[in-house]
Design a protein. Sequence first.
Length: 86
Amino acid sequence: MENIGTGLMLMLVGMCTVFVILLIIIWLSNLLIKVVNKFAPPEEEVKRKPVATVAPLDDEAVKAINIAVDMITGGKGKVVDIEKLN
């Protein structure tokens, strides 16, 4: 019976130790985040390149894209913008 008590005490001490160490890691991480946010230069906004004018899609292509999106998403998707990728 003495071994069970010793085992339970060791388990409790180990779990408390892990919990405290994890709390310390969380506090130090939050401190690091605050320090970096305070002293780091702000990020520059990414400027998008102007999109070259391309020939507009014909109505059949737009209908085909809409039908494909409807089929894939089960009618829940909606085409907002169509843009040609390079």
